[in-house]
Ligand binder design. Sequence first.
Ligand SMILES: Nc1nc2c(c(=O)[nH]1)N(C=O)[C@@H](CNc1ccc(C(=O)N[C@@H](CCC(=O)O)C(=O)O)cc1)CN2
Ligand SMILES: Nc1ncnc2c1ncn2[C@@H]1O[C@H](COP(=O)(O)OP(=O)(O)OP(=O)(O)O)[C@@H](O)[C@H]1O
Length: 195
Amino acid sequence: MEGMTDAPESQKRALRAELRERRRIRTASEREREGTALTQHLIDLTSDLGARSIAAYLSLPEEPGTRDFVEWACENGIRVLIPVSRADGLLDWAPYDGSDEDEDLLGMPTPTSELLGPIAINSVDLIVVPAASVDRTGMRLGWGRGYFDKTLGSMENCPPVYAVIFDDELVDSVPSERHDQRVDGVVTPSGIVAF
Ligand SMILES: Nc1nc2c(c(=O)[nH]1)N(C=O)[C@@H](CNc1ccc(C(=O)N[C@@H](CCC(=O)O)C(=O)O)cc1)CN2
Ligand SMILES: Nc1ncnc2c1ncn2[C@@H]1O[C@H](COP(=O)(O)OP(=O)(O)OP(=O)(O)O)[C@@H](O)[C@H]1O
């Protein structure tokens, strides 16, 4: 297979490009159907865990949709922290308030609320992370800046961490390196899988 003998970094790069392209060609009707199902599973996960405070992210149009879920959480009095990328490789966190949006330095959507420092994530009951792909052992391939590996790797009492992906992004194996962090499960349009 192409790339099999490459170093993990270049395998990751090739895989991300392929996954990005697969996301790009999903149709509007697929996105809508999958988005509705995904939202319900995210709500169920949060409700089952009794989470009162969560970390999540505001999806871009081509990502599995988290926005209806974030809106639901906010309306139900659940505190939602959204990541804001920093130049030093760490993440600040901004509470979602349902009002205006801004962009972080990588162009990702963020609230305009106050910035909490990286340790703010220590107070949440559930962490919902983006991913490019996840394997059946929970190994996660991210989008390549190491933000979540650093964040999760530095947490002492980490709450459950779930990645949000499309069904075909749950695979048998992903290239990994020493610093890569596993997730506890994934949420896809077909359901919740805990590892
Ligand atoms: N909506 C959303 N917000 C998010 C993320 C995300 O994936 N989605 N993040 C998730 O971490 C963080 C931002 N991190 C990012 C990491 C990489 C790239 C990026 O553009 N990566 C390159 C691939 C580099 C490579 O292949 O090595 C790219 O996609 O072109 C963008 C944002 C925080 N906020
Ligand atoms: N805990 C860490 N400490 C220092 N550097 C790290 C750590 N985790 C990742 N990195 C660095 O970040 C870069 C990207 O790593 P990798 O390709 O694994 O990112 P990713 O898992 O796709 O991203 P993310 O974790 O943001 O989703 C690499 O250069 C890696 O060495």
